[in-house]
Write a protein that binds this ligand. Sequence first.
Ligand SMILES: *[C@@H]1O[C@H](CO)[C@@H](O)[C@H](O)[C@H]1NC(C)=O
Ligand SMILES: *[C@@H]1O[C@H](CO)[C@@H](O)[C@H](O)[C@H]1NC(C)=O
Ligand SMILES: *[C@@H]1O[C@H](CO)[C@@H](O)[C@H](O)[C@H]1NC(C)=O
Ligand SMILES: *[C@@H]1O[C@H](CO)[C@@H](O)[C@H](O)[C@H]1NC(C)=O
Length: 190
Amino acid sequence: MPDCVFTIKVCVISVCLQVPVEGFIGGSVVLPCSSAEHDLKLQDINVLWRDKGSETVYDIIKGKDSVERQDPRYKNRAETFPEEYERGNFSLKLINLNHTDAGEFNCFITHSSDSKQETVWLFINDSTAEKGNKSTKQENQEPGTQSDWITIVLICVCTIFILLFAVFIACFIIRRIRTQAPYIGGTVAN
Ligand SMILES: *[C@@H]1O[C@H](CO)[C@@H](O)[C@H](O)[C@H]1NC(C)=O
Ligand SMILES: *[C@@H]1O[C@H](CO)[C@@H](O)[C@H](O)[C@H]1NC(C)=O
Ligand SMILES: *[C@@H]1O[C@H](CO)[C@@H](O)[C@H](O)[C@H]1NC(C)=O
Ligand SMILES: *[C@@H]1O[C@H](CO)[C@@H](O)[C@H](O)[C@H]1NC(C)=O
């Protein structure tokens, strides 16, 4: 049943194929996003980076950087790697991180022959770069961040199981209806 396999694939990809990335307050991170295709014609490609509120973080339009519609929050804080575009690497570097940056980032690649979305989860680790007072700070804050992780993993796992279960039930019912219909017809005829 290719329908079912396809449904499972789409569900798993949309729910759980999120790359977790850890950043530190005041630090920087590279949010990964790349296309599997390598011989890219840059003028054919658009890459849209959006944050959890669908605000514009960065745009690459027809292979050229564009910050016209960039949300002011990301002004001078987001950069890409133009020398990497040809290799299909549209990763985004965010600098001077703050708590408000935590959450989901989406990268939409649209290309003449294919389009694709990647989701990155940015976690902000509360410990700053300074080392002096780490112990007390971390003891208070680590459980919170760690339980965030556990919650997300649990939600993912549960969602996958529920989806798999629903899809298998649906497949089973569809298959039963399909195989039973002629059989019932047969018995009635006899
Ligand atoms: C983070 O944001 C808060 C409130 O918006 C601000 O007070 C603080 O200075 C910011 N920290 C950094 C490292 O930019
Ligand atoms: C993309 O480029 C950035 C910056 O050079 C690098 O850190 C990252 O590893 C590259 N990603 C891939 C998939 O090559
Ligand atoms: C935050 O960063 C510190 C220092 O690198 C690390 O020891 C700690 O495990 C991190 N906390 C989380 C929740 O990842
Ligand atoms: C560590 O924290 C204490 C109080 O919380 C403060 O008095 C002290 O100066 C701090 N030390 C460093 C190295 O930041």
